[in-house]
Write a protein that binds this ligand. Structure first.
Ligand SMILES: Cc1cc2nc3c(=O)[nH]c(=O)nc-3n(C[C@H](O)[C@H](O)[C@H](O)COP(=O)(O)O)c2cc1C
Length: 323
């Protein structure tokens, strides 16, 4: 058993979180994580409307009696999705926890508090973590430079970011980015976190609703096979390296603007990669942790392996080192 205060506050058996993932965070995966004792998040914006989100939450409830949450990724955009409507759908569905990410969640916190929804806010810097703590969120998930998706612009890896955050955060703290196995969980606990969040590792599981080619590529790829796009636009994203990501990087490095890459980075192309398994169709998200992913287990196997392995690591290897 590995339990921390995170488990008490968020009502789960193990301090292992499956973060929101566009096109991946659907009921099948989230229910599997919940049934295995972790905290999974349905990704709100994967659903085309708030009504579809309500239906997806109901579908997940049909597959598990355990608690699970919803990720609300708030990205500033010219035509933003109806965030407040998604938020209200989350509250009205009686979901006990939300993972906010992408932007300051202040605008949504009073409604979540009134609806009794706990907030785990995910961010990429200590200053944003401190700000969210001041705003009254219930937990912080801090994403290091290794992570899949948006690592921010500070380029601070988890080995420094997590303990730096732990020095300033007194609510449950989840370490995110680069975690995939028992070694990572033990390291996160040692660094001062109360658990781990994983994205990429959960994509390479039996239940993840993505094409097998994607899962197999995560097993084959090394830690060097990701690429940072959008650096010049100050909207950095870590993605799987392929011909499309390389083209995006070179066009922007040559002075191109977003218009020059708009077609390459279209969300519809990235979604297709996950659905049909053609890995060169578009941009798809993956983290450096792929270098230590060597198989495609069920979610239950993965979580059991992490929890059992962490206990063994602490009791055997670490205990032997201080004997
Ligand atoms: C395919 C994929 C899609 C993602 N989409 C989102 C998203 O929509 N919102 C979000 O907050 N994080 C998203 N993430 C980030 C994860 O929730 C998590 O923070 C990150 O994957 C942690 O790093 P790791 O991949 O090294 O475990 C995504 C990650 C992956 C792999």
């Amino acid at each position: 058993m590995v339990r921390t205060r995170f488990c008490e506050v968020f009502g789960v058996d193990y301090p292992i979180v499956q973060g929101g993932m566009q096109w991946v965070g659907r009921a099948e995966l989230v229910a599997a994580v919940a049934n295995a004792g972790g905290l999974g998040f349905i990704t709100a914006l994967t659903q085309p409307s708030p009504e579809d989100l309500v239906a997806e939450i109901a579908r997940c409830r049909d597959m598990t009696d355990k608690p699970f949450g919803v990720n609300l990724t708030i990205l500033p955009s010219i035509n933003p999705p109806p965030y407040a409507e998604y938020r209200d759908a989350i509250i009205e569905s009686g979901v006990p926890v939300v993972e906010t990410a992408g932007f300051n969640p202040a605008e949504h916190l009073p409604a979540f508090a009134e609806g009794g929804v706990k907030v785990l806010h995910k961010c990429t810097s200590v200053r944003h973590a401190v700000k969210a703590q001041e705003l009254g969120v219930d937990g912080i998930s801090i994403d290091g430079f290794e992570c899949a998706g948006h690592p921010g612009e500070d380029d601070v890896p988890g080995l420094v970011l997590v303990p730096a955050a732990a020095e300033r955060i007194n609510i449950p703290l989840i370490a995110s980015g680069g975690f995939g196995d028992a070694r990572g969980l033990v390291a996160a606990l040692a660094l001062g976190a109360d658990g781990i969040n994983m994205g990429t590792r959960f994509v390479a599981t039996v239940e993840a609703p993505v094409h097998d080619n994607v899962k197999r590529r995560l097993v084959e790829a090394t830690e060097r096979d990701t690429e940072l796009i959008f650096r010049q636009l100050r909207n950095t994203a870590r993605v799987a390296r392929n011909t499309v990501s390389t083209k995006v990087v070179s066009r922007l490095a040559a002075g191109g603007t977003f218009e020059d890459v708009r077609d390459l980075v279209a969300g519809t192309r990235g979604r297709k990669v996950l659905e049909v398994g053609d890995l060169e169709l578009g941009i798809w998200t993956a983290g450096q942790v792929q270098g230590i992913i060597h198989d495609i287990p069920t979610v239950a196997e993965l979580i059991d392996r992490i929890v059992t392995g962490a206990r063994e690591l602490i009791n055997d290897r670490l205990a032997a080192a201080v004997r």
